[in-house]
Unconditional design. Structure first.
Ligand SMILES: [Zn+2]
Length: 268
């Protein structure tokens, strides 16, 4: 099996990569409180482990090589700073990390990138960042959040009422029970359903509301959970994980048909 971690290659191995057949995934996430029952690295752990499974799956065919860049551990999590443990970047710091990463790789000819995100609070920044990268570096980079790829499955497996899959919830706790049960303390999990501030402010991975009033978890939750982790199961986590890996892998395989001309702009 070829190596999938960017940082585990030597420079001659990087130099030898086929630029047209190599996709680089950059996982993004957060170090932020996830209630009393999950660990601070939940979002980046999920993004990273999904990215690595995708790299293995796509790379096991012989058409494409997928490498995973060092993950961007921290995200923008000001709404979690009311609980200890959270480490939050400023918006521009997060963007600059992405910009500097791509700027380092681009001069060596790499142009196939995918950002795989595990933290809802990063989404606006990711959109802004890839727009700036396009403007400054001439590379078009898609960014996706893993739960957005499997909305249909989340609706199917979710047993909680809407509001039950928000944060450290039925979905994230199921993933942790499947991927690393030793890091979950279910004795500390409680139902912490959101007070939706308006009928249009839904806080749920399955059905985000259109009136997105920025949260403050200290204000808007009891213990840093939004949802119902008591309905989480290992089996749900396995289905969620496998489905996300499958969907993201098919997205990369579809992107393989795009040429350099499709993913870069000629004025650079
Ligand atoms: Zn999370």
């Amino acid at each position: 099996m070829e190596r999938i971690s960017w940082e585990k290659l030597s420079w001659p191995q990087v130099e030898a990569l086929d630029r047209d057949q190599t996709t680089i995934i950059i996982p993004t996430g957060a170090i932020e409180q996830h209630g009393p029952h999950l660990t601070l690295d939940t979002d980046i752990y999920n993004a990273d482990v999904i990215a690595r499974a995708v790299a293995k799956k796509v790379g096991s065919g012989n058409r494409q090589r997928v490498l995973v860049a060092p993950p961007v551990w921290w995200g923008t999590s000001p709404h979690h700073l009311g609980f200890p443990g959270t480490i939050s970047l400023k918006n521009h710091t997060f963007s600059e990390i992405l910009m500097d990463t791509i700027s380092s790789m681009k001069p060596h000819g790499f142009y196939r990138f995918l950002l795989v995100n595990g933290h809802g609070g990063n989404i606006g920044n990711l959109t802004a960042s890839v727009s700036q990268i396009g403007a400054d570096l001439g590379i078009s980079i898609p960014a996706l959040s893993y739960w957005q790829t499997i909305n249909d499955l989340l609706i199917e497996v979710g047993e909680s009422e809407i509001g039950g899959m928000g944060h450290a919830c039925e979905m994230e706790t199921s993933l942790a029970l499947y991927l690393r049960p030793e890091d979950v303390d279910m004795t500390q999990a409680i139902i912490d359903m959101p007070n939706q501030p308006t009928p249009w402010s839904c806080i749920d991975f399955r059905q985000p509301g259109f009136l997105n009033i920025p949260l403050d978890l200290k204000r808007d939750s009891k213990v840093g959970i939004i949802g119902n982790p008591l309905l989480a199961t290992r089996e749900k986590g396995e289905r969620i994980f496998n489905a996300a890996v499958e969907r993201i892998s098919s997205a990369i395989e579809a992107m393989a048909d795009l040429t350099k001309r499709d993913l870069t702009t000629s004025r650079f």
